[in-house]
Design a protein around this ligand. Structure first.
Ligand code: PLP
Length: 650
């Protein structure tokens, strides 16, 4: 157990404060470890952003970004996008593939593609295409709308456009249109029936396709997406189907169109062993097929490159036990070895990393707007004649509590509290007595916690007290909109206050959002164990804004959010770093989030009519003399302004 955990669990304020330093902040929040070189804790106690690996001197203080946003009329919560991080990630992936290929004397090239589904925002796609241009980095689409976007945005004629997902005739026709306008579209057959459709369509249109075959791999990815591979996988062809497909294409004189072998064994592959096994399995299939005369040129290793969200470098679901360099080396050296052994040409390598490309570039910044504390309730507990025996008993426990009996006191008070609830249900206790019991109960728990922290050994059952006493910080955001995977699949996202990191965070908290859904909370954080239910945060100071950041939200979280409670999309601020600026950045663009009238419109409401209805009602009240005309006009304006306004708390 390290010092941080020990002291914070014991809630020993003085000791904690004395020892607190920037290093303690790093240990608690692991910013360097999940930050991938982009985020760190600065000397000033604020989060520092170093968006470009090639310019370590370029350093942005996140608090200054927030101050600048707050000084404009942009309301929080906001998504902040660092365009340079996106560029850096694309460069890093391509450069590492290139240098590994060179170092290994590998004969193929690297043609990466970005899978559009991971973040479909136009600005993100544009930035990725632009950063990837000199590496011939392309796009991957998994649906018709994504393909339609890819056709318009992947304008580099030397890069690939890889087409996955289930395909109908229209999808296939769009793919062939790509061929017509000289895009390197490769149609990956996921399902045998797509092949017959494609053959007849290409004949009737007179356009020859370029075909990839997705193989259902035996190896299983490890982690949350394990079922993306194996015999029961949703996508891909079995070996029997692959051989049949090749026969069919040969009969149709189209064998020469088979250029690519594809696999994808799942997202967020936490264990490098799964990747090694997949490379081994697929390279065997590749070499055998080539030896049978299939003119394969590319192997597409899919996505799955993981992001270390919790900074533990482990096989935790939100982490991974390898890095980019190791991942790429395993692919390149793996294929080289298999191919050399069989004297087969090294294939060009395609990969479809999405999560690892975009996760780091965006974060959500929100303000804590309140605190919900279970032990806040306090009521006058003075003795009253004729009071119920449970009340007297609990008061006695409080009076006698000492370091000799704190565990016993905890047990007794827990039991009495339960009895009190029963008694209340039987109408034996009054509301006033219940209020006294609650007050005494929480006071005793607080004291037990303080007394036990001085002890060397803390009994197991008392270890739940910090959680019982913990606060819930109310954050102005919606988990369903901004951190969908935290809710859906227990994903851990790094959450850190953006300032005051040079000050000890003395509160153990969980987070609740502003939706009226009890699932609208976050209680999984980076901790010493795999996940921690509580996050150390600072005391809220009167009149001072307290901002927290949810980091690594650029993959999936950015675009998967839903409309729960009609909160809708967040205001977005796009940051570009700039060396000549005193703060090293400028706000390049602001994309307004959802206005109330927008979210209502998507649910088929007509805001103009709604405003008219309310106006009519107000007019009626004016005519009846219940509202003064001037006041009525103000109310109408107010309603209309709210329709135009932001959905989140002001
Ligand atoms: C989702 C998906 C990807 C992206 O996976 P990441 O884990 O985000 O890298 C790549 N290829 C296919 C076929 C996918 O379905």
């Amino acid at each position: 157990m390290n010092v941080e955990k020990n002291t914070i669990e014991n809630n020993n304020a003085t000791e904690y404060t004395n020892e607190w330093s920037i290093e303690s902040a790093e240990k608690t929040y692991r910013v360097n470890r999940w930050g991938n070189g982009y985020f760190s804790v600065g000397e000033h106690g604020c989060i520092n952003v170093t968006p470009r690996h090639d310019q370590p001197g370029l350093s942005i203080n996140l608090q200054e970004v927030v101050d600048e946003i707050a000084a404009t009329d942009i309301d929080f919560p906001v998504v902040i996008r660092f365009h340079d991080i996106l560029r850096s990630q694309v460069e890093r992936l391509n450069r590492t593939f290139r240098s590994t290929i060179e170092e290994a004397d590998y004969e193929g090239r690297y043609f990466g593609v970005f899978p559009v589904k991971v973040n479909q925002m136009r600005e993100v796609i544009e930035e990725i295409v632009s950063a990837g241009k000199r590496f011939d980095y392309g796009l991957e689409a998994g649906s018709k709308p994504e393909l339609i976007a890819a056709l318009a945005y992947n304008t580099n004629k030397n890069s690939l456009t890889i087409l996955n997902g289930y395909k109908d005739e229209e999808y296939l026709k769009l793919a062939l249109l790509g061929q017509k306008i000289h895009r390197n579209t490769i149609i990956v057959i996921e399902k045998y029936s797509e092949l017959t459709k494609l053959i007849s369509l290409s004949k009737s249109l007179g356009i020859k396709p370029v075909i990839g075959l997705r193989v259902k791999m035996m190896v299983k990815g490890r982690g949350k997406w394990e079922s993306s591979s194996g015999e029961r996988a949703k996508f891909g062809l079995s070996i029997a189907e692959i051989l049949n497909a090749i026969d069919l294409l040969e009969q149709e004189n189209l064998k020469d169109t088979i250029k690519l072998l594809h696999f994808h064994i799942g997202s967020q592959l936490t264990d490098i062993r799964a990747i090694k096994e997949a490379v081994q399995e697929s390279s065997l299939i590749y070499t055998q097929l080539v030896k049978q005369g299939v003119p394969l040129e590319y192997v597409d290793v899919g996505g799955g490159l993981a992001v270390d969200y919790d900074g533990s470098q482990s096989t935790n679901d939100s982490s991974c036990n390898y890095d980019l360099t190791e991942y790429i080396a395993d692919i390149i050296y793996g294929f080289k070895q298999s191919c050399d052994l069989e004297s087969v040409q090294h294939p060009h390598i395609v990969s479809e990393s999405g999560r690892a490309m975009t996760a780091h570039h965006s974060c959500v910044i929100t303000k804590i707007v309140g605190e919900i504390q279970p032990s806040d309730k306090s009521y006058n507990t003075r003795k009253k004649t004729g009071e119920h025996i449970i009340v007297s008993n609990i008061r006695e426990i409080e009076n006698n509590l000492s370091s000799d009996n704190f565990q016993e006191s905890f047990n007794d008070v827990s039991q009495l509290k339960e009895q009190a609830m029963q008694a209340f249900k039987l109408s034996v206790l009054t509301l006033e007595e219940l209020a006294k019991i609650e007050t005494l109960y929480w006071r005793i728990l607080n004291t037990v916690e303080k007394v036990s922290q001085a002890e060397e050994f803390i009994p197991e059952e008392l270890k739940e007290i910090p959680e019982m006493l913990s606060s819930q910080y109310l954050a102005n955001f919606s988990v369903f909109q901004s951190a969908a995977d935290s809710w859906a699949i227990d994903q851990v996202l790094p959450i850190v206050p953006i300032a005051r990191l040079n000050e000890a965070p003395l509160k153990l908290c969980s987070l609740v959002d502003i939706t009226c859904d009890s699932d609208g909370k976050i209680d999984k954080f980076i901790g010493d164990e795999e996940v921690s239910k509580l996050l150390p945060l600072h005391q809220l100071n009167d009149g001072e804004d307290y901002y927290i950041g949810l980091f690594l939200t650029g993959a999936y979280q950015d675009v998967m959010g839903d409309m729960h409670n009609l909160f809708g999309r967040l205001n977005e601020v796009h940051i570009v770093s700039y060396d000549d600026d005193p703060k090293d950045f400028y706000i390049e663009e602001v994309v307004k989030g959802s206005a109330v009238k927008n979210v209502l419109s998507t649910m088929q409401y007509t805001p103009e009519i709604m405003a008219q209805v309310v106006k009519k009602e107000i007019d009626k009240q004016i005519q009846r003399g219940k509202i003064k005309p001037r006041e009525g006009v103000n109310w109408i304006d107010f309603y209309e302004n709210c329709l135009d306004g932001y959905t989140y708390l002001k």
